[in-house]
Write a protein that binds this ligand. Structure first.
Ligand SMILES: Cc1ncc(COP(=O)(O)O)c(C=O)c1O
Length: 372
C-alpha cells in the first residue's frame, strides 16, 4: 500500500534584525512545546500571576490591573482607545509617526473628537510644546507613542504627562516597542494606560499584548458611561478572568503564556537595568558602524533614539530594497525598510533581545557592508 509522506514544514532560520518580530528567547521556544493545560487549571493561574508580576516590573508599575490582551500590539492599542476614549470626547494625539496615526484612526472610529499635535516624523515633543498645546485644548485623554518604530524616535512621556495631569486628562501610551528593552517607567513618568506586545522587547512570538492600567484610570473605567463598542476587547470583562473571580471571557493560549513566562524569567535573571544597558551599548556600537558605512541617522539627537531600533538613511546611490534583498539571500538576515512617508528611504534595524550584543552587531555590520 502506498503511504503518503507526512506533511512537514521547515521554515528558514532567519536572523530577525527588524522592528519585530524579533528573535525569540531560546527557553521561550522550548516552553511552547510543554503540555497544554485547561484555562481554569490552578497551575495556569499561578503561572499567569507570575507573568503579571514580571510585567509590573517591566512596566515599572505597582498597578494591580496589569494583564494580557489576546492580540498583537494593534489589538492592545484598540483596547486602550476603545475603553478609555469616549465618543464625542476630546482626545489629543501627539503625532510624529505611523503608529500615532494608527491611534488617531482608531479613536476616530470610536467617534472621538481627535485633535492632533503634529511634528515631522522622527521628532519628539518638548514639555513647553506639550504644555502649551494641552492647556489650550484641555482634552479628556491624551495619547502618545513611547517608541515610534516607524521613525526610531523615543519619547519617554515625561514632557507630556505633567501638563496632562494639570488638565485632568488620562494619558495613554503606546509602549509596544519599548517594553523589555528600554525604560517604560510607567508610574514614574505618570502614564495611566500603557500597552505593549510580545514580539519585540520581550523576545516572544506575537499574540499576547501586556497592558497596565493605573488605579485612577481603572476607577474612571468602572464609572465609564456606557459600555465600549467592543466586546472582545472590553477590559472590564477581560480583567475578571485575571482577577480572583476568574470568570471566563476568552480562551487564553497556554503556549504563548509559557513563552512569556520564560522570557520574563530570563529578563529577571539578567536584571532589567542590565538588559536596558545591553540594548543601549549595542545601539552605540551599531550607530558607530553605520556612520563608518556612510549611513546617516534619521533621529538626529542621540537622546531621542530608540536603543534597539535604529533608523538609518543609506548613502547616496545605495538602494535600500536591494540591500535588504542581499541580506536575506546571502545571510538569512531580515531588516526592515521604512513605512508610510519613509518607505524606500530608510533601513530599520532592530537589535533586540538575543541580538543586542557586540558580536551580533558586528556580524550585522559586516553583512551590511557586503550587501551594499
Ligand atoms: C509602536 C508600535 N505600535 C503598534 C504596533 C502594532 O503592533 P502589532 O503589529 O503587533 O499589531 C507596532 C508594530 O510594529 C509598533 O511598533
Amino acid at each position: 500500500m502506498l503511504t503518503a509522506a507526512p506533511k512537514r514544514i521547515a521554515p528558514p532560520t532567519r536572523l530577525l534584525y527588524g522592528p519585530g518580530p524579533s528573535m525569540v528567547e531560546p527557553r521561550a521556544y522550548q516552553a511552547m512545546s510543554q503540555p497544554i493545560v485547561g484555562i481554569f487549571d490552578p497551575y495556569f493561574f499561578d503561572l499567569v500571576e507570575e507573568i503579571r508580576a514580571g510585567l509590573r516590573q517591566a512596566f515599572g508599575t505597582a498597578n494591580q490591573m496589569t494583564f494580557t490582551v489576546p492580540a498583537s500590539g494593534s489589538g492592545a492599542t484598540e483596547a486602550a482607545v476603545a475603553n478609555f476614549v469616549l465618543p464625542e470626547s476630546k482626545f489629543v494625539v501627539f503625532a510624529a509617526g505611523h503608529f500615532a496615526d494608527r491611534m488617531t484612526i482608531m479613536a476616530q472610529r470610536q467617534r472621538a473628537n481627535v485633535v492632533r499635535f503634529e511634528k515631522p516624523w522622527g521628532q519628539v515633543f518638548s514639555s513647553e510644546e506639550a504644555e502649551e498645546f494641552l492647556m489650550r485644548e484641555r482634552p479628556n485623554a491624551v495619547g502618545f507613542v513611547q517608541a515610534e518604530t516607524s521613525t526610531g524616535a523615543f519619547q519617554s512621556g515625561r514632557a507630556i504627562t505633567a501638563a496632562a495631569r494639570q488638565t485632568g486628562a488620562l494619558v495613554i501610551a503606546d509602549c509596544v516597542a519599548s517594553l523589555g528593552a528600554m525604560p517604560v517607567e510607567m508610574d514614574a513618568v505618570g502614564i495611566d494606560v500603557a500597552f505593549s506586545c510580545s514580539q519585540k522587547g520581550l523576545s516572544c512570538p506575537a499574540g499576547l499584548s501586556p497592558i497596565s492600567i493605573s488605579p485612577r484610570a481603572w476607577e474612571w473605567l468602572e464609572r465609564r458611561p456606557g459600555d465600549p463598542f467592543t466586546w472582545y476587547l472590553d477590559l472590564r470583562l477581560m480583567a475578571r478572568y485575571f482577577e480572583p473571580t476568574h470568570a471566563y471571557q476568552h480562551t487564553p493560549s497556554p503556549p504563548l503564556y509559557y513563552a512569556m513566562h520564560q522570557a520574563l524569567a530570563a529578563i529577571e535573571e539578567e536584571g532589567l537595568r542590565n538588559r536596558w544597558n545591553r540594548h543601549q551599548k549595542a545601539n552605540e556600537r551599531l550607530v558607530e558602524g553605520l556612520s563608518r558605512l556612510g549611513f546617516e541617522l534619521l533621529v538626529r539627537n542621540p537622546a531621542d533614539r530608540i536603543w534597539h531600533l535604529t533608523t538609518a538613511v543609506p548613502p547616496k546611490g545605495v538602494d535600500e530594497t536591494q540591500v535588504r534583498r542581499n541580506l536575506v539571500q546571502k545571510y538569512n538576515i531580515e531588516v526592515a525598510g521604512g513605512i508610510g512617508q519613509l518607505a524606500g528611504k530608510i533601513l530599520r534595524i532592530g537589535t533586540m533581545g538575543p541580538l543586542a550584543t557586540e558580536e551580533n552587531v558586528d556580524f550585522l555590520l559586516e553583512a551590511l557592508a557586503a550587501s551594499m
